[in-house]
Design a protein around this ligand. Structure first.
Ligand SMILES: Nc1ncnc2c1ncn2[C@@H]1O[C@H](COP(=O)(O)OP(=O)(O)OP(=O)(O)O)[C@@H](O)[C@H]1O
Length: 415
């Protein structure tokens, strides 16, 4: 009995340690430099997981388990989803712990076999631990391993200042002042001494060649990164002085893809609220303005239908309209829309344009569209081109002669 109790305690400790490691790895990854995930769609995270697999299978597992959320990392961050995802993950980890712990207890009913299993398990655990520490299974070694792990996944973090401002209401006035940003030291700037004033309620189309810096500019506004030089003002407050959560509530980001999270339509629209606090009247209103009501009502369970893994059961146009509904639900003053590069069908395109128009007219929202098609440019008040990180303003007429493709062709400047 004593041996069993000892083994059981060890197992519980081991399982808890694994759970903690997973949570830690998960939280670390949520905070990670987005460079790690973007473009490469989580491949880099996979590489790291591979590299450490030999050393710590449990942590590698943890890394892999978070890859499920990696493709939607940008959307999650832009929507203040970190806390919610951490809680969700913790719940999964707890369930996992309970489940595993129950299994271990069951096994003790077959003493010899269980004993052998435990001893074998302990040997595996010990061997893994020895690999983790490199030398021996002691707290010091374990700590060194965690330090190395932290170095591998050390995040570039954007944090709130202690006295950061909470703004209840913002008009949506944005100023970029001499903003310069590079992702990596020694590389040319991706955003180069950009100056731009966007007035409340304006609709701005950002155009230019692929890699010109359009999305990066949006990320700087969302404070997914901070510029190395210059500053950005929102309603004349430096965005670095505003609480991050508050900033990201006022700015809604509708990305090209992976904009939805597993859950119901209602949960996706009301993403900023815990499930129990969802205001269905607001959800339905938001869906109506975003032109999403019609297709939602046709789903078998309406607003309570599950959207599948990251919205896999919906079309691109439907996902975008739901993301716009999310912006309306959270009453954002600024909407950044990274327009999908893949073409929408004509009806979806019309519905999307109408949704944007509703938003502009009824809600006086400042809209920034990272545009890939003429259609979107024509809806805007002003057109801004970004090429090699340099910004210049051009007229809409510069596009009329082009054939719907605006991201690659060089645009002649009007001034
Ligand atoms: N996380 C990152 N780490 C390093 N470089 C990056 C990262 N994200 C983007 N870049 C680089 O920065 C440059 C600008 O990228 P950005 O995504 O802002 O361009 P874009 O104008 O939005 O392009 P597109 O029209 O193709 O979406 C590109 O050269 C890109 O390779």
């Amino acid at each position: 009995a004593a041996a069993y109790a000892q083994q059981a305690l060890l197992w519980e400790a081991a399982l808890r340690a694994t759970g903690r490691l997973r949570e830690r790895a998960f939280e670390r990854l949520l905070e990670r430099d987005l460079a790690f995930f973007e473009g490469r769609g989580g491949v880099a995270a996979g590489d790291v997981a591979h590299r450490i697999t030999d050393e710590a299978d449990d942590v590698a597992d943890a890394m892999y388990s978070v890859l499920n959320v990696v493709p939607s990392m940008l959307t999650m961050k832009a929507n203040n989803g970190e806390r919610k995802e951490i809680l969700r993950f913790q719940k999964l980890a707890d369930d996992d712990l309970k489940h595993n712990w129950g299994k271990k207890k069951m096994k003790t009913l077959i003493p010899q076999a269980v004993r052998a299993t435990y001893i074998g398990g302990l040997l595996v655990l010990s061997a893994g631990s020895i690999m983790i520490s490199g030398t021996s299974f002691d707290a010091e070694g374990f700590l060194s391993f965690l330090t190395v792990l932290a170095l591998v996944v050390e995040p570039i973090q954007v944090r709130d200042k202690p006295d950061a401002l909470h703004l209840e209401y913002v008009k949506g006035d944005v100023k970029f002042h001499d903003v310069t940003f590079r992702y990596t030291d020694g590389m040319p700037p991706v955003v180069d001494e950009v100056n731009l004033h966007i007035r409340p309620g304006e609709t701005i189309a950002f155009v230019g060649p692929s890699g010109g810096g359009k999305t990066t500019l949006a990320k700087l506004l969302l404070r997914l990164y901070d510029p190395q030089r210059g500053y950005i003002l929102l309603d004349n407050h430096d965005i670095q002085d505003i609480q991050l959560q508050c900033l990201r509530t006022h700015i809604a980001f509708v990305s090209q893809d992976a904009m939805l999270f597993s859950g119901t339509i209602a949960e996706n629209i009301a993403y900023r609220d815990p499930a129990r606090d969802i205001n269905m009247i607001k959800v339905e209103y938001a869906a109506k303005i975003a032109n999403a009501e019609e297709f939602i009502k046709m789903l078998p369970e309406g607003y309570y239908s599950n959207v599948g893994q990251r919205g896999s059961s919906l079309s691109g146009g439907q996902k975008q309209r739901l993301a716009i509904a999310r912006a309306i639900y959270q009453n954002s003053s600024i909407l950044i829309m990274d327009e999908a590069t893949s073409a929408l069908d004509i009806r979806s395109e019309l519905l999307l344009k109408e949704a944007l128009r509703n938003l502009m007219i009824d809600h006086t929202v400042t809209v920034l569209i990272i545009a890939h098609r003429q259609e979107m440019v024509l809806m805007s008040d002003r057109v801004i081109s970004l090429e090699g990180g340099k910004l210049r303003e051009i007229t809409k007429s510069a596009f009329l002669s082009q054939d719907g493709r605006i991201s690659l062709p060089r645009i002649s400047s009007s001034n």
